[in-house]
Design a protein around this ligand. Sequence first.
Ligand code: NAP
Length: 260
Amino acid sequence: MDLGLEGRRAIVTGGSKGLGAAIAAELVAEGARVAICSRHREELEETAGELRQAGGWVLAEAADVTDPAQVERFVAGSAQAMGGLDILVNNAGRAHPGSFADLSDQDFQADLEVKLFSQIRCSRAAIGHLRRSGGGAIININAVYGRQPDPAFFATTVNRAACFAFSKALAMELAPDRILVNSVNIGYVRTPQWERIHARRAPQLSFEDFLSQASREEVPLGRFGEPAEVSGLVAFLASPRASYITGASIDVAGGMGRYV
Ligand SMILES: NC(=O)c1ccc[n+]([C@@H]2O[C@H](COP(=O)([O-])OP(=O)(O)OC[C@H]3O[C@@H](n4cnc5c(N)ncnc54)[C@H](OP(=O)(O)O)[C@@H]3O)[C@@H](O)[C@H]2O)c1
């Protein structure tokens, strides 16, 4: 299926590794121009280099999505360099595991900054550019735990619920501008963030044993997902083939999510 993404202009936050890098690679493979950001320049440049080697047009800028001035600069600079903007993928984020007893107000606030306010700020910075393109797509990468509360991921549970409300309300507000806003909700997908969770939670197990144990307990399909199993859906939602889908919330989670 030709997604019709040739020449489209996309921003992927947190594009240096994990899901963001896979999404950027998928969009590049479909012929889109892509701008990626993260905080660590070296890692970002390495990923951008790999994408360019694959024939892609890629801009890489160090930017922290919790800093309003850096977000503004990155989005404006990317739109200028690409000659406009059609797609924003709000992917940057991180896990902040812990129960209510483990988390201070500062922990909750820091997590809100990374998860909710990054989506708010990047969207605000992008909307004018998307309008000038005659419409576009915003895809927010969220988590199943925002709908299925898990006290072991307390901050994610609370803050991703706010991200779902943000996606839905924004989809309604921007529909007249033909800007589509959708949420892609992750369960357990193998990315570098799980290496950090493994090191903290169960360093006595091998990484593979840790993932197997977690997926046996939580995932009906019985395994972790791979980033490439997420990026195809994001590319589809970013494409004209998804032109009647907005305000949707789609799980990519191997059956996780005990709700209907
Ligand atoms: N993998 C999963 O199972 C899973 C489950 C639920 C939700 N998610 C969500 O999916 C998204 C991607 O996760 P991932 O698993 O791919 O994580 P990852 O492997 O840790 O990659 C996260 C990316 O975001 C960037 N990033 C983090 N904080 C940032 C900041 N303040 N400003 C700019 N960039 C920042 C990281 O680069 P730097 O650190 O260099 O900035 C990196 O590029 C996140 O929003 C995460 O919460 C993932």
